[in-house]
Design a protein around this ligand. Structure first.
Ligand code: ADP
Length: 305
């Protein structure tokens, strides 16, 4: 059974597509790894698996072993740097054309989700993050059923629900929270993504949409509010080009001066750009925010066991 060596399983859910669910999964994985945990990411988003692109491993080939697949290694553990290993398995690796959405019928999707949960050879993992399709579709129900059957109760830490300031106004995210209640999956908390904007030119973080709705909704549902993530174009640059984030002097996000964090690297840009994604991510404005969120998730997961 592929989940037997996994300590904690965390689902990442969103009411609709495009709110940043995969970006949140990616950053949770990077910050957990930076905190020294071994991490696996399982991408079962059949609507258009974007996890391989996020980690820059679109061309990777998965190896089939007897009885299952071997996940792709993004980086190995580095004990001297305090970094845990990071491995990824995505449905995207199995599609003939990368980036395609799966057009299978319901039963085939359900069977695939089940197979994905049981047939990937995860080694010892502190955290397995599961990136799910948006909404509360058949795949979710099947995923929830399979997890509740196959994972031990102490393994299933719960779900992180991602929303945006605009999405809060819609019923989608409420449906997601109701889905968790109905299926008996604990909600670890709500993240409000795209809440404000880190301007690349003027060192200001501006609220372009009204933010704060996620927090109000979390209160309504009596679940934890994990935090607000601004839109940071430098995160996009990091993912799309692999270039390390850079900020003008005095840039501050959530009260933290992050330009100095970038300046703390004394090596040349070239060296930084050839560094591991996890190393480059450390200088992203969003890294301290995710570090705090993942610390909360870790504490909560430990309390659940
Ligand atoms: P979903 O998984 O919900 O469909 P994605 O994570 O793929 O959404 O995000 C959609 C796009 O928005 C991606 O290109 C992603 O890199 C970008 N994005 C998401 N959140 C942020 C953010 N906080 N700052 C900058 N870009 C972001």
């Amino acid at each position: 059974m592929s989940l037997s060596k996994v300590k904690h399983i965390v689902l990442v859910l969103s009411g609709k597509g495009g709110v940043g669910k995969s970006s949140v999964t990616t950053q949770l994985a990077l910050s957990l790894s930076l905190a020294g945990h071994s991490v696996g990411v399982l991408d079962v988003d059949l609507t258009g698996p974007s996890i391989p692109r996020m980690f820059g491993i679109e061309e990777a080939k998965v190896t089939q072993a007897p009885g299952g697949w071997l996940p792709i290694t993004v980086h190995e553990a580095d004990a001297s740097a305090g970094i845990g290993s990071l491995r990824v398995m995505s449905l995207g690796f199995l599609l003939p054309r990368r980036g395609d959405a799966v057009v299978w019928r319901g039963p085939k999707k359900t069977a695939m989700v089940r197979q994905f949960l049981s047939d990937v050879f995860w080694d010892e993992l502190d955290y397995l993050l599961i990136d799910t399709p948006p909404g509360t579709s058949d795949e979710h129900i099947s995923l929830a059923e399979t997890l509740l059957q196959k994972a031990r109760p102490d393994q299933l830490a719960g779900a992180v629900v991602v929303t945006t300031p605009q999405a809060v106004a819609t019923a989608d995210v409420r449906k997601e929270l109701n889905f968790c209640t109905k299926t008996g999956i604990r909600v670890l908390g709500v993240i409000e993504n795209m809440s404000g904007f880190v301007c690349p030119n003027c060192s200001e973080c501006t609220n372009i949409f009204m933010s704060g709705g996620g927090e109000v909704m979390a209160k309504d549902f009596n679940v934890r509010f994990l935090g607000r993530i601004p839109i940071d174009p430098q995160f996009l640059v990091l993912i799309e080009t692999g270039r390390s984030p850079r900020y003008p002097e005095g840039t501050s996000v959530n009260g933290q001066d992050i330009s100095s964090a970038a300046d703390a690297h004394t090596d040349s840009n070239e060296t930084r750009d050839s560094a591991l994604l996890v190393q480059k991510y450390k200088s992203c404005s969003l890294a301290p925010i995710f570090s705090a969120i993942s610390a909360t998730v870790v504490a909560d997961a430990a309390a659940a066991t």
